[in-house]
Ligand binder design. Sequence first.
Ligand code: PHE
Length: 318
Amino acid sequence: MDLTRRTILATMATSALAPAARAKSKAQPTKLVDETGHAEVPGGKVWWRRVGSGPKTPLLLLHGGPGMGHNYLLPMKALGDERPVIFYDQLGCGLSDAPENDALYQIPRFVEEVDAVRKALGLDRIVLFGNSWGSMLAIEYMVTGHGKGVEKLILSGALASVPQAIAGMERLLDALPNGAGKRLKELEAAGQQASREYQSLVQVFYDTHLCRLNPKPPEYDAAIANGAKSPAYRVMNGPNEFTIKGNFKNWERRPDLGKIKLPTLITTGEFDEVTLDCAEAIHNGIAGSQLKVMPGCSHLTMLEKPDEYNAIIRKFIA
Ligand code: PHE
């Protein structure tokens, strides 16, 4: 998963060298710049990590959840061989502050947070990437006039309307095997969300539509653990991926997509919990945008097929 193109090229070059030279270059492997720090944002401090350098436009990554943290995006650090790749944990999760103050977990504050992170890291020009809630944040950022210096946009597992995504999830729940969706609803109506049965049916949905890898990689476990602890997830999203009762449940930006005039790539997985119609609505709304569906993948495509995913992103931002 960590085999970057540079590593592959370096390995190929090394094998052609004499043994002595090979030993020397082995002792000095090419290492990407890798640094971490904190930035002041409205409401607290957030943790960031910058991997890579290079002349190309920096790539700023917005994770989903909200509250799932940067960890599951880490396969994308392979893109740091050509440019800086910047991860950060949004307020309310991971290595960042997570004040128990519900008023902080509102979309406009997260928009301001993006600007604060850009300012702290001197990110005048960026490629902006958002997965899931991160795609909502990226869209909100662009349509509210914050997009100065954004050169390209990548929207992954993306939606421009939570009501549309909720309707899609209802269809996915209905289509789960053995009436699992119906049973989930029954257990929910009976207040049985803490039961083993409910939890195991949540897992059926997640295994089908959130991340299809089994066993799950540690980055996935970190995302789930982050979300479970995060006030941002509870306040904005709701108790789980398909029970969206939080404060963004009515968020709707489909009518505003025409304001986005950037080269835009939209990606989704064949089995994505955010259904294809959500990605298509964005594709129709942003002139000239591209839509890529990743076969065999669900929502966390960058974890499921990291090499294929990075190749698509690399080509788009070349
Ligand atoms: N909870 C999803 C995420 O991982 C976001 C989402 C919200 C998806 C609403 C669909 C509907 O970020």
